[in-house]
Design a protein around this ligand. Structure first.
Ligand code: BGC
Length: 920
């Protein structure tokens, strides 16, 4: 037995030795440029380069790195870094090391690799990674904008602003062997690109939406292998997207419009003989708006008449004599920028779980999950038969779809059959938020096998996993992930179903932080910070929605302040300082704008808009039939937030090198704190303002409560939750953002846990109990009026996901050493919670925390990635009761014992895998 075990261990070690050469240090892996894998066409001149170190050893840290960047693979293979040879740089930085080589011009291809020296040995060179530069100057674009700047007779360009898709094409010659070909394009609102009949890329709903008056994202593809020697055809389909805006004629002062769909495309071919050719959009292209995609609009849906298909429209031999010459069209005002966040893709598919027959030839399909994307159908029938699909999140009493909460969004796709065998179809330029689909006009009897749900969201990696012994918490977490991903649409939107789908700022201020544990949202939110910056007016005001597709400049602290909170999240979670540095001046000008206009002499910020948006009605019955669309502006909230941002600004100022501002904000904060206490503290109730849960949470969490009153205010909070609320929350969008962490940080994780596991109203568990598969907009979503009642919103998640990871699993980035360079691991044990198993893919590698507890014993398996370290708090009744592996804990080179306090042993550990056991 023993010998077998020994043999297995020997073989295992051998495998590790073979795969981890150089004393257990592999070559650096997962090379990223601007946090993207091999990006094509970027426009950051000194991009940040990152890698990970994998090792089976403990306490591995990087001593130096050596980066080579070359203009060709051959050079790089010969270790020639003609663009940049960093030499050996003594540094432990392995994340976002700024490129510091030759100036990178437009179109440049950059091949790179890195090797590192660690305290445990030197690595080999990494595999080759890549990035290329986009078109950095306006003058690099030789192409002209083309399209049709008008509605066609069949377009319904009234209230619903539904246009047919525009199809554009061009045939060109590439009559020599091609060395490389890249296409740069902006297809607005959305495009699909083809060469010789083949679709380029698997992106959908591209490019990422922006305020096209400010900036436009271009996409770049390497299409070398898509070209033929000889004749070629390029074809593009254009949909409305956000360019030909939904409901643009409804309230033009509120809803921005940009114009009709249009295209700017440039194909740059480099031949093997060194010569070059550029194919560009100009008036030699032909187009038609009379194709099969007869209408599209994000709110209303897509209609497709397969009888009108134009087989081979995007190939050379297609006869396009019925097509018309395109026009040169107005050029959008916005600045051209490379898209640095991934496009959306069909990320998952789900099979429907049931189909029921309603009367009148209608069927209801149940996806079993409230999802965002579309339905792909498989159908066979006669030409001209129409399948009508209406999407909804819920059913009415009669078992039909309930569409009231969609407001006037028609959410309807119609497919007209061409009638020759099995036809498969899915829409291109719309998406729906739905669980149920009403199907009408389906030839024959549809079964679940005729349909598949294609789930569409930004193609970003999932970074986190989280399970516990509590099935309700697991279900809430699962619902949260569905809402989070569903509302990633190249920008974070509020909801995916009704006639809104806007990037409301307030919904994400803390949400983005929690979401970052689940998905790598670094590039998405970096883009969003830019979107917000672009939406700022010259006087400093920031809107509530950005990109400002809806013009809402209502002036308040909470929605616009998301600008700062997202930048803070990117700093804490990803160690990315660029957004806060780039936007520092604009953030400051916004704070000045608010102060100059709305701050009184005693430092009270008087202007707010929404207050604690959507607090739960006192009882579920009280909220029946009522609209939650009521604002409760609160000076307390806006003053508290001004104080909170003054704290953030001190950190930002330090990082941005604006040292004078540190003192300025520190002084201002002190004065606000004094004013706040003067005006809002009420001795008689030992609480603040209206003594709501939110009022007191903000005061305590933001550090506004004087030291000698903190216990009393905490006591007030506890009394509200335990006595008044019978163990429930009573917070809306604002208070919920701080609720769970405030309780845990003040020693009341037990209450937080109770709130998280309530099945009764109000709470996340109540949603689950009532059949939710996503997170609702309203705590009383099942009784509230339909006019503002989405079943797929993230705003009420508050800080729940952060609390799951940081406080239950114990995985937290140290704000002093951000991006998980140093990890704080402090799980909160709860009665009734026997285990938590979580992982998080950090910029340094995978962090794992897997703990189990019984009455007297705690077992904890931890992984800390190489080149990072952790401060871990092991629950234990004494220092002596802890074992690491098989042995009693002793100070050694990997583990430093710091202290024993409050029934926890604080240890500082280096990277590696550990197993701790302790007596409780
Ligand atoms: C949106 C919210 C948003 C709010 C602000 C709602 O209609 O769906 O998520 O934050 O308006 O007024």
């Amino acid at each position: 037995m023993n010998t077998i075990c020994q043999k297995i261990t020997f073989i295992f070690n051998l495998i590790i030795l073979v795969s981890l050469p150089a004393f257990g240090i592999s070559e650096p892996v997962e090379l990223r440029c601007e946090m993207i894998e091999n990006p094509v066409g970027i426009d950051v001149k000194n991009p940040g380069l990152s890698w990970k170190i994998i090792s089976d050893k403990r306490s591995v840290y990087q001593i130096s790195y050596h980066i080579l960047v070359a203009s060709s693979v051959e050079k790089l293979d010969n270790n020639i870094g003609d663009l940049w040879d960093s030499g050996d740089v003594k540094s432990d930085q392995s994340h976002l090391v700024q490129y510091n080589g030759a100036e990178l011009k437009s179109r440049k291809d950059c091949y790179w690799k890195v090797k590192v020296i660690t305290n445990k040995g030197e690595s080999e060179w990494s595999e080759t990674a890549y990035w290329s530069m986009g078109l950095l100057h306006y003058k690099d674009w030789y192409a002209r904008w083309i399209g049709f700047d008008y509605a066609f007779p069949w377009d319904d360009d009234s209230f619903h602003s539904r246009l047919s898709a525009r199809y554009l094409r061009k045939v060109f010659k590439a009559d020599k062997p091609v060395k490389q070909a890249k296409v740069y394009l902006m297809g607005l609102g959305m495009y699909e690109l083809y060469f010789n009949g083949n679709r380029i890329g698997n992106q959908v709903l591209a490019p990422a939406p922006t305020d096209y008056h400010e900036n436009i994202k271009y996409n770049v593809f390497d299409v070398t292998s898509a070209l033929n020697e000889g004749e070629n055809a390029v074809g593009v389909i254009l949909g409305n997207g956000r360019y030909h805006t939904m409901r643009q004629h409804y309230k033009p002062y509120k809803i921005k419009n940009f114009g009709f769909p249009k295209l700017l495309l440039q194909l740059e071919i480099e031949y093997a003989d060194g010569s070059k050719q550029i194919i560009k959009t100009d008036n030699s292209w032909k187009g038609t708006a009379n194709g099969p995609l007869i209408t599209n609009n994000e709110y209303d849906g897509e209609e497709y008449d397969a009888r009108k298909e134009m087989p081979g429209w995007n190939t050379v031999n297609f006869i396009d004599s019925s097509w018309i010459q395109v026009d040169y069209v107005d050029q959008p005002d916005g600045k051209y920028e490379a898209q640095m966040n991934p496009n959306m893709k069909v990320m998952e598919t789900i099979k429907p779980v049931g189909i029921t027959n309603l009367s009148g030839g209608k069927y209801i399909l149940d996806m079993g999950q409230n999802m965002v994307g579309w339905l792909k159908i498989k159908v066979e029938g006669n030409a001209g038969e129409k399948v009508k699909l209406r999407f909804a999140e819920i059913l009415n009493d009669k078992g039909g779809i309930a569409t009231e909460n969609l407001r006037d969004a028609m959410c309807t796709d119609i497919y007209t059959l061409k009638g020759n065998g099995i036809e498969e179809w899915a829409p291109r330029f719309v998406y729906h938020g739905f669980r149920y689909v009403e199907i009408a006009g389906f030839p024959g009897v549809p079964t679940v096998d005729n349909f598949i749900g294609e789930v569409v969201y930004d193609a970003i990696p999932q970074t986190g996993s989280f399970t516990t012994s509590n099935s309700l918490i697991n279900k809430i977490y699962k619902n949260a992930t569905w809402s989070i991903k569903g509302n990633y649409k190249g920008m974070p939107v509020d909801c995916p179903q009704r006639n809104e789908r806007q990037p409301w700022l307030g919904d994400r201020s803390t949400g983005c932080y929690g979401e970052s544990f689940v998905y790598d949202n670094s590039t998405l939110y970096a883009k969003w910070v830019d979107d917000i910056g672009y939406a700022q007016k010259s006087d400093g005001t920031i809107p509530d929605v950005a990109p400002a597709f809806w013009r809402y400049y209502s002036d308040n602290m909470t929605w616009p302040g998301t600008y700062l909170m997202v930048a803070d999240m990117l700093y804490r979670q990803y160690g990315d300082t660029e957004p806060l540095k780039t936007h520092y001046a604009s953030m400051k000008s916004w704070l000045d704008y608010m102060k100059d206009r709305y701050m009184t002499e005693d430092y009270i910020l008087t202007k707010d808009s929404y207050g604690d948006w959507c607090v739960p009605p006192a009882t579920i019955e009280e909220g029946r039939g009522k609209s939650a669309n009521v604002k409760h502006p609160s000076k307390l909230i806006s003053t508290a937030y001004y104080y909170y941002y003054s704290g953030l600004m001190q950190r930002f100022a330090r990082i941005a090198g604006c040292d004078d501002d540190v003192e300025y904000y520190a002084n201002l904060a002190e004065k606000i704190k004094a004013g706040f206490n003067q005006v809002f503290f009420r001795e008689d109730q030992m609480g603040y303002g209206d003594n709501t849960l939110t009022d007191n949470l903000l005061a305590l969490q933001f550090g506004l409560v004087p030291e000698n009153k903190r216990d009393d205010v905490l006591n007030t909070i506890v009394t509200i939750i335990q006595v008044k609320n019978d163990g429930h929350l009573s917070t809306g969008l604002i208070g919920t953002q701080w609720l769970m962490r405030t309780l845990s940080e003040n020693g009341r994780s037990d209450l937080a846990y109770r709130i998280a596991t309530n099945k009764t109203y109000p709470g996340w568990g109540y949603m689950v109990e009532n059949g939710a598969t996503t997170i609702w907009e309203l705590w009383n979503g099942n009784t509230a009026a339909a006019n503002m009642n989405s079943y797929n919103h993230v705003m009420m998640l508050g800080d729940l996901i952060i609390w799951f990871y940081e406080n239950l699993a114990g995985i937290k980035s140290d704000p002093e050493d951000p991006g998980f360079k140093n990890i704080i691991m402090k799980p909160e044990l709860q009665d009734g919670l026997d285990h938590v198993n979580a992982s998080y893919e950090s910029p340094y590698g995978k962090i794992k925390s897997n703990w189990t507890r019984s009455k007297q014993k705690f077992t904890w398996n931890i992984t800390v990635p190489a080149n990072s370290g952790a401060r871990i708090y092991v629950p234990a009744k004494s220092l002596n009761s802890i074992k690491e592996g098989k042995d009693k804990i002793t100070e050694n080179k990997d583990v430093k014992v710091v202290e024993f306090k409050d029934n926890r042993v604080l240890l500082e550990i280096g990277s590696g895998e550990y197993r701790f056991e302790s007596k409780l």
